[in-house]
Structure formats: structure tokens, C-alpha cells
Write a protein that binds this ligand. Structure first.
Ligand code: PMP
Length: 476
């Protein structure tokens, strides 16, 4: 699958038929959070592979941050997007115009919710979807009573909900919040995450662990005044903040019950864990605990277009319809035909090729392969995840679970090693998984159409990388 690269008048020609525009100087001008770095230049992609200007082929085992759910360069999606572009519709404001492809996408999404969701609000990113969900949740109570006392949200530590001010305010992610703390909403209150590796007492059963979490949420409602709480917000499987930590069985139902007991909404952020990533179309379907509002993103458009959405239950829709019937929101780039065309085709491929089932099967095998190779490694504290969404948490001491000194940048080292020769595979790094400030993990999140052989390859390379990184660290 390695593609040879040769010069071409438009940039580069790859032996696999792709032509790419050269952008070798791009990173000198692009403002990125890694201001001091330059990045390898990618010139093309196909399936699991990214082709680099330096001639290397990299196996993409993460699809960015769990985005590329059907791999790169899918011809069907490229055609669907081109077809819409070729209609001549460059842009439609979704506040004024309807469009068939947008309608079809919404219908398709509603169909996948087992009748639990009634409407879709399309956005251009996961953060925007969270912003819309925050405002929708507040509006539910405002419609009934404009002077409603409901002004508080409860979210969780060890969570990431996006980078805009509202979504960041929800996020329990100290490293990302720190510079902007003075601007973040002061009516978001955090309870602990559901992270058995770090929080479960010795011998504690799932049910008593869950009961402890429900009691903590109940106490937070009581502290704030139950009548002041708009909603509780959680990721069913925590992504970037902790590294693929699934909720303990029974947890989501227990938390939803606390919310509903107090008339508050239960919101799930499935931007990273949803749309098939965890082996069910929606992560909540694993235990059939449908939320009142749900955000989805990455796997919706598989990276082919910037597209995300809020899925809205009939309870919420009916309240809005019985009130003003309006959602006072709207953004220029939402519900665009070209975004919808990409997302619709990605979803059709996922459905026609039964890829969610493949995620479930290959996910179980990935777990098995990772455990076989890494469970005994002295610096691999935890291997956790679901579907094709797996995290490895690294520790200095496996018995005490002591994290590494952040100055060692362990997760970044693992990433740097994995994308370099001879490994040439992506692993998505993250920090803060131990206590918000310390702790290192990496995420593996390959495309849904991986084969058994791909899984073995990913697990073997991941294992080789981890062994090499810690061998070298030991020699420092
Ligand atoms: N919620 C979750 C759970 C996420 O993982 C992310 C992105 N990593 C977001 C929200 C924000 O999405 P976006 O980057 O598309 O704004």
C-alpha cells in the first residue's frame, strides 16, 4: 500500500492515483497550539493509510481524535459530496431553505435512535453542538417560566466537551481551562467522573460503586437546590480527558434517575464515543439509557466534512413547541447540503456494510490482543475501552498507580515514537488522566472497517512502541 511520490504540475502525484497539493511550508504560517513545532506534511490518504511528503506511509490507527470512521479517500463519499457541489448550490441558509439531502440525513439519524429522539439540530462541530445543547436545555425551562430558577448545570471532572467558552465551561479539564478560567460559566458545577481504575475501592462491586456516584450527584442537587438545576451532562465513554473510560454498568441509568427525580434533563455528549465508535450506533444503546439531549460529531461525517448534531427527545421538542416554538440560535455554516451529503453517505456506508457490528467484533479482538501483549507491562496501568475505542493509561508504579512526572511528557513520547520510523502508526496522546493535571494515556480508535489482520498489526505496533518508549525512559 506504500505510495511512491513524484512531482506533478499541481503538486505531487502518488502512485496510488492521488494528486496532492504541496504544502511543505504551511506550518510556518499556521497558528497551532504547538507554536514551536513543524509537522510532517501529508499529501494523500486511502483507507487506513496516510501518505507523507517524505515518502512514508503511516497507518492511521486513530483517525485524528476518533474521527475517520470509514478511513480516508472513500470514493462513495467523494462522489456524494461532488454530486451536491455539481448541483450548483454552493450555500443555503438552513433558516430559510429546505434541501433533500439535509432532510434525508435527519431522517436517517432519527431512524437510528429506536424512536427515542424526535428532531435533529445540525451544527458544524462538536463544540457548537454542545453550545446548542446548553441553550436548548435552558430554553426548555424558560419556555415554561421565563423567571425559572433553573440556572445550574452539573457536569463531571475528567471530561471534555469542547473548546468554545460554553463547552469549555462544562469541561472538567483543568489543563485546558486554566488560561480562560475567569471567563468560564460560573453556574457549572462538577461531580467526580466514573473512573473505576482510579476510584473503585478494593472489592467494591459495580452496584455499590454506582450507588456512591448516584449519592454524590444527589448531594450536588441538594447543595445547589434541586429546583435550580437544568441538567447533568456526561460522556458515556470518556474520550480525550481520560482515555476511553466506559461508564460502569448501571451508572447511566442511576444518574438519569437522579436527574428525572428532580425534573432536570439528562444530557449525553457522544461527540467522540457515538455514531458506532463503541459498538452500538449510540453509546447509550449499550444499556438502553436514552438521554433527553445528545450531541454527536466525529463519526457522523467521518472527517469528510465538518458536521455535528444535537439529537433531541420528544420531551424537549414538545416543551419547545408548546412554548414559543422557536430556538433562538443559528449559525451561518450549519445544515449545509455539502455537510449533509458527506454525513449521509458515511452513515449509509456504515449501515450497508454492517460496520457497527464489525466495530463490536473487532473491538473485542482488539481488547484481547492488547491485553495479551501489554497487560503485564510494568508501566501500563490500565487497558480500557469499548468497541474500537481503547485507551492505555501509563503509570510510573503499577501498584500505587502513581503517574509520571508531567515534565517527562510520556504520552507525547509514545505518540512521537509511534508516528516515527520504523513504527509509522498513529496513537492519540492525552494527559491529565490521573488527577486532571498528571497522568498519561493514548487512544487507539481505528476505522470501523478494519480487519482481523489490521487489529493484530495495530496491537503489535502499539506494544512495540510502548516497550521501546519505556525501555528508553528507564535509561534516562
Ligand atoms: N465533546 C467531546 C466528547 C469531544 O471529544 C469533543 C472533541 N474532542 C468535543 C465535544 C468538541 O468537538 P469539536 O472539536 O468538533 O468542537
Amino acid at each position: 500500500d506504500k505510495a511512491a511520490v513524484e512531482p506533478h504540475s499541481n503538486g505531487l502525484r502518488l502512485s496510488n492515483g492521488h494528486t496532492s497539493v504541496v504544502a511543505s511550508k504551511q506550518t510556518e504560517y499556521l497558528l497551532d497550539r504547538n507554536l514551536h513545532k513543524s509537522f510532517p506534511v501529508v499529501t494523500g490518504g486511502s483507507g487506513n493509510y496516510l501518505y507523507l511528503l517524505d515518502g512514508r506511509t503511516v497507518f492511521d490507527a486513530t483517525g485524528g481524535a476518533a474521527v475517520s470512521c470509514i478511513g480516508h479517500g472513500n470514493k462513495r463519499v467523494i462522489k456524494a459530496v461532488s454530486t451536491v457541489m455539481n448541483t450548483g448550490i454552493s450555500y443555503l441558509a438552513s433558516t430559510f431553505w429546505a434541501c433533500e439531502v439535509v432532510e434525508e440525513l435527519c431522517k436517517n439519524l432519527i431512524h437510528g435512535t429506536d424512536g427515542k429522539m424526535a428532531r435533529i439540530y445540525l451544527t458544524g462541530s462538536g463544540s457548537e453542538a454542545m453550545e446548542a445543547a446548553i441553550k436548548l436545555a435552558r430554553q426548555v425551562f424558560y419556555e415554561c417560566n421565563p423567571s425559572t430558577p433553573r440556572i445550574n448545570f452539573i457536569a463531571r471532572e475528567g471530561s471534555y466537551h469542547g473548546n468554545t467558552i460554553g463547552a469549555l465551561g462544562m469541561s472538567g479539564f483543568p489543563l485546558r481551562r486554566a488560561p480562560y478560567e475567569p471567563f468560564l460559566m460560573n453556574n457549572v458545577h462538577h461531580v467526580s467522573s466514573c473512573n473505576p481504575y482510579r476510584q473503585r475501592a478494593d472489592g467494591e462491586s459495580d452496584s455499590s460503586f454506582v450507588a456512591r456516584k448516584a449519592a454524590e450527584l444527589e448531594a450536588k442537587f441538594q447543595e445547589l437546590g434541586p429546583e435550580t438545576v437544568i441538567a447533568f451532562v456526561a460522556e458515556p465513554v470518556v474520550g480525550a480527558a481520560l482515555g476511553c473510560v466506559p461508564a460502569v454498568p448501571g451508572y447511566l441509568k442511576a444518574m438519569k434517575d437522579v436527574c428525572h427525580k428532580h425534573g432536570a434533563l439528562f444530557i449525553l455528549d457522544e461527540v467522540m464515543s457515538g455514531m458506532g465508535r463503541c459498538g452500538t450506533l449510540h453509546a447509550w444503546q449499550h444499556e438502553d439509557v436514552a438521554p433527553d439531549l445528545q450531541t454527536v460529531g466525529k463519526g457522523l461525517g467521518g472527517g469528510y466534512q465538518p458536521v455535528a448534531a444535537v439529537l433531541i427527545s420528544s420531551r424537549v421538542v414538545n416543551t419547545l413547541l408548546n412554548g414559543s416554538g422557536q430556538f433562538v440560535h443559528g449559525q451561518t455554516y450549519q445544515g449545509m447540503p455539502v455537510q449533509a451529503a458527506a454525513a449521509l453517505e458515511v452513515q449509509r456506508i456504515v449501515q450497508e456494510e454492517d460496520l457497527v457490528d464489525n466495530v463490536k467484533r473487532q473491538g473485542l479482538y482488539l481488547e484481547q490482543c492488547l491485553r495479551a501483549r501489554l497487560a503485564d507491562h510494568p508501566n501500563v496501568g490500565d487497558i480500557r475501552g469499548r468497541g474500537l475505542f481503547w485507551g492505555l493509561e501509563f503509570v510510573k508504579d503499577k501498584t500505587t498507580k502513581e503517574p509520571f512526572d508531567p515534565k517527562l511528557a510520556v504520552a507525547q513520547r509514545v505518540y512521537n515514537t509511534s508516528v516515527s520510523t520504523p513504527f509509522n502508526m498513529t496513537m492519540y496522546p492525552g494527559t491529565g488522566s490521573a488527577d486532571g493535571l498528571k497522568g498519561d494515556h493514548v487512544i487507539l480508535a481505528p476505522a470501523y472497517n478494519v480487519t482481523k489482520e489490521d487489529i493484530e498489526y495495530i496491537a503489535q505496533v502499539a506494544s512495540d512502541v510502548v516497550h521501546q518508549v519505556f525501555r528508553k525512559l528507564g535509561n534516562l
